[in-house]
Write a protein that binds this ligand. Structure first.
Ligand code: PMP
Length: 432
C-alpha cells in the first residue's frame, strides 16, 4: 500500500485556523487524525479528500447519508426543485406530502412540525412538553446526546459517570447554562427512574432519551425498560420524548419506536430524513401537539424550505418503496461488518467489541464485556480508538475517532470485504 499524503488537507487546516477556531465548523470534527480532512467529493459509499485519497465512508456526514452520497432520486428531485424555487416563506404542497408520509411511517406521528437541525427540534419538543404539562422539569440520561443547545447538552457523551441515587450531579463543562430544571438519571435502570419520578415526577414535563443509546454506547435497553419508562411517564403525567435523530429511519422505516414497540408522546427526527439536506421534525400524538396550535413559540426562516422538503420526500419514497429489500440488506451488511470486526479483534487478541443497532455500529475498546452501564461505555473510549481511526484513515476507511460507524444502502459486499481487510491492518498497527 502506498503511504497516503495529506498535504492539501494540512494546508487547508493551516489556512482555516487563521480565521476559524480550530479550523472546523463543528467542534466534533476537530479530533480526526492525522488531521481533520478537507473533502473534494463524495459518491455512493466513497468520499474523496483534497489530496485525492479515496475512502470507504462510514462517517456518512455524521449519519444522514443512509442512502449513501448523492442518492440519484434525491439529487434529481432537488435539481428539479432548484428550477422552481428554494425558499418561499410560505407553504407548498410538498410540505403536506412530507407530513402525511411521516404520519404513515412513524408510530407516534399524528402531527408534524418541521425545523432544520436536530438540536433545534429537540428544543421545540421540550417547549411543547412544557406547554402541554404546565411543568418545567426535564429528565435526561447520562451519556445521551440531544444536540448542542442548553440545557440538554449537560451530562452528554464523555461526561463523567455519576454514582449514587438519581438525580445524578449535573455535569456541564461546556459553558452551557443548565438552570434548575434539569434532572439526570442513569439509563436502563428502572428503579432509578421510578425513584426519581416518585420524588420529582409532579414537576417533570418531559423524560427525553435516545431509545437506543447510540451516543451512549449504542446499547439496547433491557427488555421491558422502555415499556416501564412509558408506564412511569403515564403515571406521573410526564411526556415521553424519544430522540430518534439517529435511529429514525435507520433502525427501520418507523425508527426504534416501531422496532421496539414502545410509542412515545413526542419524537424528534432529523439526519436520515433529508439525505444530507438540513431538515428535522418534531412529531407527536395529536393531544400532546395541540399546544402547538396556540402560543408556543415555534418558527424558523428555513423551516419547510423547498429543497430540504423535496429531498426528504424523495428519501422517504425510497425507504417506503424499497423497505422489504433495503432494511434486510442493511441488517445483513452491518451484521457482517460487526461480526468481522469482532473476529478480527479475537484473532489479534485485542479487547475490542463492535456493538450494533441496525445500520449503526459502535466500537468499544477495553470496556467490560458485555458493556451495560454508562461507566462501562466510558471505559471503552479513548486513545486506542483514536489511534485506530487514524490507522483506518491511512488504510482507506473514513471512520470517526469515537468508533461510531454508519453503514449506508450504498455500501456493497465488496466494500465490507475491503473494509474488513483494511480494519485488520489498522488493528494490527494500533495494537503494536
Ligand atoms: N440528537 C441526537 C441523538 C444526535 O445524535 C444529534 C446529532 N449527532 C442531535 C440530536 C443533534 O442534531 P444536530 O446536529 O442536527 O443539531
Amino acid at each position: 500500500m502506498t503511504e497516503k499524503v495529506f498535504a492539501h488537507s494540512l494546508r487547508h487546516m493551516d489556512r482555516a485556523r487563521q480565521v476559524v477556531p480550530r479550523g472546523v465548523t463543528s467542534a466534533k470534527r476537530a479530533g480526526l487524525r492525522p488531521t481533520p480532512l478537507a473533502f473534494a467529493g463524495a459518491s455512493g459509499s466513497r468520499i474523496t479528500d483534497v489530496d485525492g485519497n479515496e475512502y470507504i465512508d462510514y462517517v456518512a456526514g455524521y449519519g444522514p447519508m443512509l442512502l449513501g452520497h448523492q442518492p440519484p432520486s434525491v439529487i434529481e428531485a432537488v435539481r428539479g426543485q432548484l428550477a422552481a424555487g428554494v425558499l418561499y416563506g410560505g407553504q407548498h404542497e410538498a410540505e403536506a406530502e412530507l407530513a402525511e408520509r411521516l404520519v404513515r411511517l412513524v408510530p407516534s406521528a399524528e402531527r408534524i412540525l418541521l425545523n432544520v437541525t436536530g438540536s433545534e427540534a429537540v428544543q421545540a419538543a421540550l417547549r411543547i412538553a412544557r406547554a402541554a404539562t404546565g411543568r418545567k422539569g426535564i429528565v435526561k440520561f447520562e451519556g445521551h446526546y440531544h444536540g448542542w443547545l442548553d440545557p440538554v447538552t449537560a451530562n452528554g457523551p464523555g461526561s463523567p459517570a455519576g454514582s449514587g441515587a438519581a438525580p445524578r450531579p449535573v455535569v456541564a463543562e461546556d459553558h452551557s447554562e443548565v438552570g434548575p430544571h434539569l434532572l439526570v438519571c442513569p439509563w436502563n435502570d428502572t428503579a432509578a427512574l421510578a425513584d426519581l419520578l416518585a420524588r420529582h415526577g409532579a414537576e417533570v414535563a418531559a423524560v427525553i432519551m435516545e431509545p437506543v443509546a447510540v451516543n451512549g454506547g449504542n446499547l439496547f435497553a433491557d427488555d421491558g425498560y422502555l415499556a416501564e419508562a412509558r408506564r412511569l411517564c403515564d403515571r406521573y403525567g410526564c411526556l415521553l420524548v424519544f430522540d430518534e435523530v439517529v435511529t429514525g429511519f435507520r433502525l427501520g422505516p418507523g425508527g426504534a419506536q416501531q422496532r421496539l414497540g414502545v410509542v412515545p408522546d413526542l419524537t424528534v427526527l432529523a439526519k436520515a430524513l433529508g439525505s444530507g439536506f438540513p431538515i428535522s421534525a418534531v412529531v407527536g400524538r395529536a393531544e400532546a401537539m395541540r399546544v402547538a396550535e396556540g402560543p408556543v413559540a415555534h418558527a424558523g426562516t428555513y423551516n419547510g424550505n423547498a429543497l430540504s422538503v423535496v429531498a426528504a420526500n424523495a428519501t422517504l419514497d425510497v425507504l417506503e418503496t424499497e423497505r422489504d429489500t433495503l432494511y434486510p440488506r442493511l441488517e445483513r451488511l452491518s451484521g457482517e461488518l460487526a461480526t468481522g470486526v469482532n473476529e478480527c479483534a479475537d484473532r489479534r487478541g485485542v479487547p475490542l467489541r463492535a456493538y450494533r443497532a441496525g445500520a449503526v455500529i459502535r466500537l468499544h475498546w477495553g470496556a467490560p464485556d458485555p458493556v451495560r452501564t454508562y461507566a462501562d461505555v466510558l471505559a471503552g473510549r479513548g486513545e486506542p480508538l483514536r489511534e485506530l481511526s487514524e490507522n483506518l484513515v491511512r488504510n482507506g476507511v473514513h471512520a470517526r475517532e469515537s468508533g461510531l460507524w454508519y453503514v449506508s444502502a450504498a455500501h456493497s459486499d465488496n466494500d465490507v470485504a475491503r473494509t474488513l481487510s483494511a480494519f485488520d491492518r489498522a488493528l494490527a498497527e494500533t495494537a503494536e
